[in-house]
Design a binder for this molecule. Structure first.
Ligand SMILES: [Zn+2]
Length: 481
């Protein structure tokens, strides 16, 4: 199957950076990009008219948990005055006695919804640091159905986090110390890495910096090296974690991770906003950005999620200037990588009080080649000959955008994942006119709605203090009917 995409504003690749080709043409054959330029003479099985549209490389979302937004909805718990115990602990740290494994159909539905939603919003590649625990061959089948490119293996950790009867959070060593989890991840990668014509790729996911003991991290690095896959770990994502590591290992988080040996060019750190140098931490020793830059690790920056929790990375520009590699992820819903570029830009400007900072090119690079570099893939995140045929087409000729002078500036300033019309992965059109060509969007949404309603309606049964969703997140307005 060959596809020619004609007459759009093409974001091509010069060999070292993105470049704009006006009235361009991209020719795809099988799963590969065969040409990018202005020649429209190649015969093709299908020609897509992209006039008035921008033809982008598929975006890379470095933080997509394959689960519904049930917990996300509760992130800003209004009852949590102990800020250190807020954030994802609100739903991710249950009362030990109330831990219940989720039902397999609910897990499968969450996976399908999240992976599709990220794809629908323009991310042809996602890094999944883990959703609900569930059957793994089932996960592989879902990646096959939805049609995107996914880096995944089940996450593991040596310590769990629970809430006690007073609402305090504590870490507890698992009796298995996380080793069966690491083994399950290694087995998953050995069995499924490369499935679906390579769309499913292995990545090791030691879950969080403070929930994995140093020896588990070292074993993870050794396993990743042997398997030849990248690593993701949540780190620098909240104040509780920073203090936990400082208290336990007597150093700030980036320094700790560097000393353990987990930082390197194939490691992505989900968030890494809270470093020793962060103004809210006020830790006066060392230079965490220098450490990050020297190791070549990538920060999987999720500005929207941080902003939800009332903090920011300090700052996108400062990290870049220090030589730190940055990719972008959403973490929280909506899984909209296009809007995430705007958040990255605006929040960096706010932090630095610099209206000319975090330019569109820099955040576009983060959402494309930054993610590709993190995953060790020079054939992703760019429209270059020989690269994977992963393409996103967005209509810029609407009254939302109005007159467009520069397409990348316009996309970053005004764009949203909702504007994505066409998504091509591995040379196959998987989203067309904003809908999946493989699954029924309406059916999926209805299933997601029913699943979320069930979970929210019965939330008090699993909450540490028996609270309802309305107590945790009061309705915006009094509601009747
Ligand atoms: Zn996460």
């Amino acid at each position: 199957m060959s596809i020619r995409i004609d007459s759009g504003v093409v974001v091509g690749w010069s060999g070292t950076s993105h470049e704009i080709v006006l009235n361009g043409s991209v020719f795809l054959e099988g799963d590969t990009i065969k040409s990018v330029g202005t020649d429209k003479s190649q015969p093709a099985d299908r020609v897509i008219d992209a006039s008035g549209k921008i033809v982008c490389p598929g975006f890379i979302n470095l933080h997509v948990h394959s689960q519904l937004n049930i917990g996300d909805y509760l992130l800003t718990d209004v009852t949590k005055k102990d800020y250190l115990a807020a954030n994802w602990f609100v739903f991710g740290a249950p009362l030990k006695e109330k831990v219940e494994p989720p039902a397999p159909p609910a897990v499968a539905m969450g996976r399908r919804y999240a992976l599709y939603s990220a794809l629908r919003n323009g991310a042809t590649t996602v890094l999944d640091p883990g959703g609900g625990p569930g059957a793994l061959d089932d996960y592989v089948a879902i990646v096959g159905q939805t049609g995107g490119r996914v880096f995944f293996s089940p996450p593991f950790r040596s310590h769990d986090i629970f809430t006690d009867a007073e609402g305090r959070h504590y870490y507890e060593e698992r009796s298995d110390k996380g080793r069966p989890g690491l083994k399950a991840a290694v087995d998953f990668i050995k069995t499924f890495h490369g499935a679906h014509n390579g769309r499913l790729q292995g990545i090791l996911n030691p879950a969080q910096a403070e929930t994995c003991e140093p020896s588990l991290l070292k074993e993870s690095v050794a396993a990743a090296k042997e398997l030849d896959v990248p690593v993701h770990i949540h780190a620098g994502g909240n104040f509780r974690e920073f203090l936990e590591i400082l208290n336990k290992y007597r150093k700030p988080v980036a320094e700790y991770l560097a000393d353990v040996g987990i930082l390197g060019p194939r490691t992505t750190l989900g968030h890494m906003a809270i470093t020793g140098g962060h103004s809210r931490v006020d830790y006066p020793l060392g230079d965490e950005l220098k450490i990050l830059a020297e190791t070549g690790a990538t920060v999987g920056h999720c500005p929207h999620k941080c902003a939800k929790m009332a903090f920011a990375m300090e700052s996108f520009d400062r990290y870049l200037e220090a030589g730190v590699r940055i990719g972008l992820g959403t973490d929280t819903y909506p899984l909209d990588i296009v809007s995430e570029m705007r958040y990255a830009s605006l929040i960096s400007r706010l932090v630095d009080r610099n209206a000319s900072g975090a330019r569109a090119a820099a955040v576009f690079n983060a959402a494309t080649i930054g993610g590709a570099t993190a995953l060790g893939r020079s054939d992703l995140g760019r429209l270059a000959v020989g690269a994977k045929a992963d393409v996103v087409i967005i209509n810029l000729r609407t009254t939302r955008y109005g007159p467009v002078r520069d397409p990348i500036n316009a996309l970053v300033e005004y764009g949203s994942g909702a504007d994505v019309e066409t998504v091509i992965v591995d040379g196959e059109v998987v989203v067309e006119n904003g809908s999946s060509t493989r699954i029924n969007d309406d059916e999926l949404l209805a299933q997601a709605e029913a699943g979320a309603k069930r979970a929210w309606d019965s939330w008090s049964a699993r909450d540490w203090n028996g609270r309802s969703v309305e107590q945790i997140i009061p309705p915006a307005f009094p509601t009747r009917g």
